[in-house]
Design a protein. Sequence first.
Length: 248
Amino acid sequence: MVSIIVPVYNAAKYIEDTIAMVCNQTYKDWELILVDDASRDGSADIIEEYIKDQGKRIKLIRKEKNEGAAAARNTGIDASVGRYIAFLDADDVWEMDKLEKQIAFMEETGAAFSFHSYEFGDEKARPTGKIVHAPATLNFRQALSRTVIFTTTVMFDTEKIDMEIIHMPMVPSEDTATWWRILKSGIIAYGLDENLAIYRRPPKSLSSNKLIAMERIWFLYRNIANLSVLESLFYFGGWAVRATLRRL
């Protein structure tokens, strides 16, 4: 079974499509864990209606206090029972055969940690034609200069990776910090170079703010990777080039 963890915060305009998208996956052995992070737009009420029809396959966890995506994902991880754990953000899109293909890929490669290629989409998730291709493998040093792992493409095999290490820290860019921590432990990430997701990117999204992105990556170099200033500058240069090319 794969446990699909979705942090939900004011996602009422997306959440019905997100749930339907998971229900329509060709791979059927899943549970969907939706962690409502104290939404104020009725997201949890919409989810409740789906639970009436789908039964125990869809779980809603309501948080009384907004604590952010990292805490919401950690809550979902703790509630999961599947062998595989996959992350999905409420506004992103999966291809119908995403789970089937990624699990087959992990079984074939023996990967504990996998990710796949994805495509940028506009605010309505319409594909833009700009695809970020996943490399065959990625180690810690390689990851420092290329933030190519997108959260919605990640899957873990909990029989091969410690559940504790996949919990996300409460820091900016908590997802990248998590991947780096895992890779630094010696685990290799395996990339499936097939476009199986769309990253919805509104014009004014947080990730589009280049200054914030630069501040966050520098923080990660110094506080998560524990690099020296010179090492940080070296990897920052590679990151900046790749980040610019990825968005052209």
